[in-house]
Ligand binder design. Structure first.
Ligand code: TTP
Ligand code: MG
Ligand code: MG
Length: 440
């Protein structure tokens, strides 16, 4: 069994049961425009309209900038003359561009391009490092602005979300354009940033639609637009068809979504397997009924297992040890997959008399590392009696933080982990070590 405990379990999980009276399903995909670069332009508005690329990854560049050419005293960012900014042509070193402003894109510069190549295409572009703290702050800000207006929102990364418009006031008017305009304006008022929104009958089409009028655009797609707006697009525009599938389709003579839709489903299944083939056929016809799923912040992640037969800490030591390690590794995988780190690691035991014992440790640093979790959980195990048979074993990670957003912790002298017993179990079982915990 695994579990993610959410802070607000009462939040709606999906919005697939919209009453028919409310109208047709309208789903929006919203993506911020040139996000990392636009965040920098808020700091340096004098660069607006100029080719700017983000890359290099060092904050040092603009710290130097702030000090001025003679190095004396700090300058207000917006007073720095444009000619003082570093240019791509003077950039030394490797690395790739994470994004570029739209004026820079006119020169063919874009995400994931090497700095050297970009410098050849647009030597006059200004190059700035990314400020992740600022990017995350604006990411949270634009998402909370949306949630205030349309609460069924699914986070899809730093600069994009899906929003279910179906039951939101204005969500049906002009196919969703009225609500999209309101959201765009609200985000701009709160952040100063622009975004692009596609509204369509489902997520699949909304994702494609949000790119149609970038930047600062709105695009409305109806089911009947499939042939005119979707079928001419390249198959790679389908979210889920990556470079490999794209190449294979090209070898089979299928370039556009329309060409994909023209293929026989059985033929696609023959080449790509049953489920992928069926999926390709479905999406090429614009079909997708996946819900917009809102996620509240998890407060803990846990894995536990009930044994087929009751196990004894000494006699079944090897088996229990392997299960315990496996649980820790799975918790670590869950954390990593969902992008979290944890500071508190706890264990749960259920004995053959159904009594439960729990223990936990709060470490002095955050982790998502399996071996570290195993070590912390092992310390918890030393604090529970292990003289009775066990029915169940569980490992839990709590005091979570999103990876990269961990609150700064005061360094503690000495140990890496704080082994103080912080919380004893829910009262069923008390007592010291049974003396066998070290076997784990
Ligand atoms: P995108 O939304 O793909 O791009 P964008 O917001 O810069 O531009 P667009 O207007 O076309 O949406 O990605 C969001 C941010 O993620 C982007 O600003 C920088 C970062 N990013 C990378 O770090 N590496 C990459 O390869 C890509 C594609 C994006
Ligand atoms: Mg974007
Ligand atoms: Mg994006």
């Amino acid at each position: 069994m695994d579990g993610v405990t959410n802070a607000s379990p009462a939040l709606p999980c999906a919005n697939i049961d919209a009453p028919a009276a409310a109208g047709r399903r309208r789903i929006a995909h919203l993506d911020m425009d040139a996000f990392f670069a636009s965040v920098e332009l808020l700091r340096y508005p004098q660069l607006k309209g100029l080719p700017v690329v983000i890359g290099g990854g060092r904050r040092k560049v603009d710290e130097l900038l702030l000090q001025g050419p003679d190095g004396n005293g700090l300058r207000e960012p917006h007073f720095i003359p444009v000619e003082d900014f570093p240019l791509l042509k003077d950039y030394v070193g490797r690395g790739v561009i994470t994004t570029a402003t739209y004026p820079a894109r006119q020169f063919g510069v874009g995400s994931a391009m090497g700095m050297m190549k970009a410098a050849r295409l647009c030597p006059q572009a200004i190059v700035l490092p990314v400020d992740f703290d600022e990017v995350r702050r604006f990411s949270r800000l634009f998402k909370s602005t949306i949630m205030d207006i349309a609460p069924v929102m699914q986070d899809r990364g730093v600069d994009e979300v899906y929003v279910d418009f179906t039951d939101v006031p204005g969500g049906q008017r002009e196919g969703g354009r009225v609500l999209a305009r309101l959201i765009q304006k609200s985000i701009f008022d709160v952040t100063g940033l622009t975004c692009s929104i596609g509204v369509a009958p489902n997520r699949l089409l909304a994702k494609m639609a949000s790119e149609f009028n970038k930047p600062n655009g709105i695009s409305i797609v109806y089911e009947e637009d499939l042939q005119s707006k979707i079928w001419p697009l390249h198959v790679r525009k389908i979210n889920g068809i990556g470079p490999k599938a794209g190449e294979k389709l090209a070898r089979l003579g299928v370039e556009t979504i329309g060409q994909l839709a023209a293929q026989d489903e059985q033929w696609l299944m023959g080449h790509f397997g049953k489920s992928t083939g069926a999926w390709m056929h479905r999406v090429s016809w614009g079909r997708d009924d996946s819900p917009v799923v809102t996620e509240s912040e998890p407060v803990s992640m846990s894995r536990e297992t009930t044994f087929d037969r009751d196990l004894h800490a000494v006699r079944d030591r090897a088996e229990l040890g392997a299960i315990f390690t496996d649980l820790c590794m799975r918790v670590a995988e869950d954390l990593k997959r969902k992008g979290y780190v944890a500071r508190t690691i706890g264990i749960k035991l259920r004995y053959d008399d159904f009594k439960i014992a729990t223990r936990d440790h709060t470490a002095s640093m955050y982790t998502a590392d399996g071996a570290t979790i195993r070590q912390l959980a092992g310390q918890c195990l030393k604090r529970v009696p292990l003289d009775k048979r066990l029915r169940l074993l569980g490992v839990r990670a709590s005091t979570l933080a999103r990876l990269g957003e961990e609150p700064a912790l005061a360094p503690r002298a000495g140990a890496q982990a704080d082994a103080r017993p912080r919380r004893q179990g829910v009262g069923d079982v008390e007592g010291g070590s049974g003396g066998t915990a070290s076997l784990f």
